[in-house]
Design a protein around this ligand. Structure first.
Ligand code: ADP
Ligand code: MG
Length: 376
């Protein structure tokens, strides 16, 4: 496996904020980046060395990627598997099509996890109306579309078969998973990087708080017992090994009231909950993505200081552009804005990270900053 050195051109499929932060990390290390995205004004496309504005299955675009890139990665999981397979015939693609295929389909993902001995929430596959009759004990439950759901989109809460039937119809009767709604104590994630040579470096466990199904706050290190942290880390590593995964992987966990640990879902890429690593770790998740893509050794993922990350959704812009000095005047706060033109409610526009000696101090400072941002 050849090593790709700084100076080379790296390709990324998808031009959102994850692609943008990958591009920034790659640039810092002296790589060039080509971004492919159908949106002509994508956050990563704006800062890339080369921007190809085309569909993910556009043959001319894929040919151009092959000609000019040394390797290709992806920033979101809904890239057609065929595109990844096609590119993989000519250059290294990380993560591989097989890993992406598992993570882009909730049905495949849940079955894969279950078949490999991981615990997931009780679920049923709902592919047609008749599947609903067999469901009796999953209420109250959450019906989730199997593909293309994100940030809580494509989900409906249901309490009985009648509501399930209505929700399934409302979701256009596409293949879905019905999951039992579980009493959560908290949610954590493990973000790790794994090389083709099977070395793994994982970040500390991240505690995640969601609002309306969208990540709101990440707290690092997670306020869980060392044994739960160890268990989550061990499971995430075992999963990455079983998948023979190369790249950055995020495993989202539920912790139930009785301390039971379940896998919620996985993301075959850097994850929103790992954004803290840009400011708080020796090596960020995006630098690890560059390193795994290029067969370079992994960087140290250790934390400099406890930290808290808060997402900035479009809602923060409801009275116009916020006064960013309210973040920047706090000397241990780091502001990240993704350069998106339109601030729609619920849209991820940026985030900020606050570092401090303790998680408690970082959290109260971060909440104070958020509060002051909303008081114009
Ligand atoms: P997405 O792909 O949108 O991130 P998730 O399946 O992770 O979808 O759901 C988003 C959030 O909704 C979760 O992080 C969690 O807070 C809540 N949630 C999802 N499934 C369940 C469940 N079975 N029980 C309780 N809460 C859930
Ligand atoms: Mg999720």
């Amino acid at each position: 496996m050849s090593l790709i050195q700084p100076g080379a051109m790296l390709g990324v499929l998808g031009g959102g904020q994850l692609g943008r932060m990958f591009t920034i990390a790659a640039h810092q290390m002296g790589f060039q980046v080509t971004v492919l995205d159908p949106d002509k004004d994508s956050p990563a496309g704006r800062i890339a060395d080369q921007f190809i504005c085309a569909a993910y299955n556009d043959q001319a675009a894929l040919k151009q990627m092959c000609e000019q890139c040394a390797a290709v990665t992806t920033e979101f999981e809904n890239i057609p598997a065929e595109t990844l397979n096609q590119l993989a015939q000519q250059l290294p693609v990380r993560p591989d099509a097989q890993s992406v295929a598992i993570a882009q389909n909730r049905i495949a993902e849940k079955r894969y996890l279950q078949n490999n001995g991981f615990t997931v929430a009780p679920f049923a596959v709902i592919e047609q109306v008749t599947d609903i009759d067999a469901v009796h004990d999953l209420f109250p439950g959450i019906l989730k579309v199997s593909q293309f759901g994100y940030d809580g989109k494509g989900q409906r809460h249901v309490c009985n078969q009648g509501e399930l039937a209505a929700a399934f119809e409302d979701l256009k009767a596409v293949p879905c998973v019905l999951e039992k709604k579980l009493p959560l104590q908290c949610e954590i994630s493990i973000v790790l990087a794994r090389t083709a040579g099977s070395a793994i470096e994982s970040f500390p466990a991240i505690e995640n708080q969601h609002v309306n199904g969208i990540l709101d706050i990440s707290i690092v290190p997670a306020r869980v017992s060392p044994s739960l942290f160890k268990q989550a880390d061990t499971e995430a590593r075992r999963l990455a090994d079983i998948m023979e995964y190369t790249g950055v992987l995020c495993v989202e966990f539920f912790i139930l009231q009785d301390d039971q640990l379940l896998i919620n879902e996985i993301a075959p890429r850097p994850h929103n909950s790992g954004h803290f690593s840009i400011d708080a770790c020796v090596t960020s998740q995006f630098e690890q993505q560059v390193r795994t893509l290029c067969n370079l050794p992994l960087g140290n993922a250790a934390l400099h200081q406890p930290c808290v990350m808060i997402n900035l959704l479009g809602d923060v812009w409801q009275d116009g552009e916020p006064d960013w000095t309210k973040v920047l005047r706090e000397s241990s706060a780091k502001l990240h804005l993704y350069g998106k033109a339109e601030a729609r409610p619920g849209r991820k526009m940026g985030h900020f990270t606050v570092l401090d000696d303790t998680v408690e101090k970082a959290l109260s400072n971060a909440l104070y900053i958020r509060e002051s941002l909303s008081n114009h």
